[in-house]
Design a protein around this ligand. Sequence first.
Ligand SMILES: Nc1ncnc2c1ncn2[C@@H]1O[C@H](COP(=O)(O)OP(=O)(O)OP(=O)(O)O)[C@@H](O)[C@H]1O
Length: 371
Amino acid sequence: MYKKKVVVGMSGGVDSSVAAYLLKEQGYDVIGVTMQIWQDDKDGKNSDAGCCGLSAVEDARRVADKLDIPYYVMNFKDEFKNKVIDYFIDEYMKGRTPNPCIVCNRYIKWENLLDKSLNIGCDYIATGHYARVSLLPNGRYALKVSKSALKDQTYALYKLTQKQLSRTLMPVGGYEKEQIRQIARQINLRTANKPDSQEICFVSDKNYAAFIEENTGIKPEEGSFVDASGKVLGKHRGISRYTIGQRKGLGIALGYPVFVKEIRADSNEVVLGTDFDVYSNSLTADSVNWMSIEGLKEGESLRAKAKIRYSHKGEYCTVKADIDGKISVSFDSPVRAVTPGQAVVFYDEEGYVIGGASILNSGTERKVKAV
Ligand SMILES: Nc1ncnc2c1ncn2[C@@H]1O[C@H](COP(=O)(O)OP(=O)(O)OP(=O)(O)O)[C@@H](O)[C@H]1O
């Protein structure tokens, strides 16, 4: 009998290890692949960095051996550099805060790995992401939030296309994280107790300004901290060191707490304000990817719950289609730190991803802050 073939992206962590195991149990012909996407090995100092360093490959290989599945390491470093690193640096230089995982998911994990997998005769690719793939009655594929209340990764996957989703399996999305660890322990996988991967896999110390300097040779340029009226409050150390809503590490004392309200790349200014000032009622976004619906016509609107960052609990809103493929979002209650460059992702009442977009700006008018 023909067994459907699936390539499982193995990062050397517990989730993808168990994903491979579950699919094998379900009767798939499973092939494990680790993508080498970034290794800062110019001087060898970081050869174990990120999700695809030497120990990650070793862990994935040993798990594949144990599960008795073929295993390969594939080199996607050029693709990753061109699509993810360049975008990451470019966004920071524009005063925006990028989300490289979203871009990596869409273009590296799916576009490159899926295409390669289909070319070698596979039917699907699978990952250890906490999300569920569903085919809806309207004929569209959509992601649904994971079963685990503790971990849901749909936010970082909103950019996947219909074709990509139709070829995707995410077997751990139907489990709690602890259940996945238990399965790993039961079958004695060496990855059972490995901690979750860090936020951005290619920058180990969260020092994005240093990363940009190392990779471009461009030093962060000092500029002015200003208030909303343009009054200079002090000196900042380069816009790539800041993000909206940030309080820590500003290096300025005004006698009251101040937060980053806006980053102006053109004038190299960082606008500071009070906590109240970083709340907004609305935002505009572009580069929309619709998932559970085909789309909105200009002027049409819909109700949704929106997440404006990975860790946001979500806020109800009305989404309206504007001209030029942009959308505007009005929140029922003000949200904190709308951040250009991050994604806004919309969910329906059942937890299906309606779609998402890249945030351009927060709105200016503000209602009274929610308490
Ligand atoms: N370098 C890689 N090669 C192949 N697949 C990868 C790689 N990095 C991530 N993935 C896939 O993407 C999924 C989500 O990656 P993420 O970095 O969020 O890891 P995670 O949630 O800690 O999962 P894991 O426990 O499997 O590392 C992984 O489960 C894996 O299937």
